[in-house]
Design a protein around this ligand. Structure first.
Ligand code: APR
Length: 309
């Protein structure tokens, strides 16, 4: 358990994240911050009132300012506007960049040693904004996308194979968008290579569905985007950090030469512990996978150039 985890944004992703963090008792204090007056206070109080029933001792507080967030160990940034039907993640670019910039400036002042987990979209570019504005080292700025994309891939595979989701190991790398790279060569069911268990065309359609996983939810919801699985992803990363688990999870991390690329955030296998990013693991890729990762990096660099800092 750490002392304090702040969740910025008390909307669908933020509030669900705060509740999960408290239920798992990852921190003694959970602070939820939002610009809308009353929302973080009301949701925070409602969540705290669930503590006697759920039986957690994490104290949740909601606020519109950053005083209560001081000296947070981990800050999960979910502030921003969510995707509407027909809107791509990149449409969100400059609105959310302005919001993430303002949040990162505040966190830099109030919690200079925090580890940042970014959830706001477009994810890889928002990580870049947070890193540039905070000036934090790459060990302390991570993006949540790969865990979510991999969870979607695993859930679709479990459904198709009629097996437990727990037995599916997989990794989706690259940017959080249509160019993400599910790694077939690292997909297995209790160690059995996936290609031995499923027809190639079924696997291909699952990969296509995974790539459009966020859009599929937006299409159903019409007025917002996914939040149960995204919040679960952010909390899994926070848990790995808070409990120093040394877990290997696909996260957006700042590359400094890994996979032959540098100066951008991209989803890669990361070892997470109490210091944040402990190591990026470079796995062997097929020529196709390497080309797909490069294409995904190109798709991330484009909006990076357009973003105003
Ligand atoms: N500081 C703090 N909170 C802010 C700020 C800000 N500067 N600007 C906006 N917010 C808050 C909004 O008031 C709102 O409560 O962020 C919250 C966003 O909540 P939702 O609209 O419910 O959006 P949500 O579904 O939670 O998605 C948030 O996560 O997955 C991504 O694409 C998604 O970028 C989006 C983000």
């Amino acid at each position: 358990m750490v002392n304090k985890i702040t969740v910025v944004g008390a909307g669908n992703v933020g509030a669900t994240t705060a509740q999960r963090v408290a239920e798992k008792e990852l921190a003694s204090t959970v602070v939820m911050v939002d610009v809308v007056e009353g929302i973080p206070q009301g949701k925070g109080l409602d969540q705290w009132e669930s503590a006697p029933i759920e039986g957690f001792d994490s104290r949740i507080v909601g606020t519109n300012g950053y005083d209560e967030t001081a000296e947070s160990d981990i800050v999960i940034i979910t502030a921003g506007i969510a995707r509407k039907p027909g809107m791509s993640r990149d449409d969100l670019l400059n609105t959310n960049a302005g919001i993430v910039k303002q949040v990162a400036e505040q966190i830099k002042k109030s919690s200079p040693n925090a580890i940042l987990i970014i959830v706001s979209n477009p994810l890889d570019v928002m990580c870049y904004v947070a890193k540039q504005v905070s000036g934090f080292p790459r060990e302390r700025v991570l993006g949540m996308a790969g865990v979510l994309d991999t969870a979607r891939y695993r859930s679709f595979l479990a459904e198709a194979l009629d097996v437990s989701v727990r037995d599916i190991q997989a990794m989706v790398l690259g940017g959080h968008g249509d160019t993400m790279v599910p790694l077939i060569s690292y997909t297995s069911v209790s160690g059995i290579p996936i290609t031995q268990l499923i027809a190639r065309d079924t696997l291909d359609s699952i990969i296509t569905r995974t790539r459009g996983g966020g859009g599929e939810i937006v299409k159903h919801l019409k007025t917002g985007s996914a939040y149960y699985a995204p919040s679960a992803g952010a909390v899994q990363m926070a848990e790995a950090i808070a409990f120093d688990q040394h877990r290997i999870l696909p996260c957006a991390a700042w590359l400094t030469g890994e996979y032959g690329m540098k100066d951008l955030f991209l989803g890669v296998p990361c070892k997470l512990g109490r210091r944040g990013l402990e190591r990026i693991i470079e796995v062997e890729l097929t020529a196709d996978e390497r080309a797909a990762l490069q294409k995904s990096a190109d798709a991330v660099r484009e909006p990076m150039k357009a973003v105003k800092l």
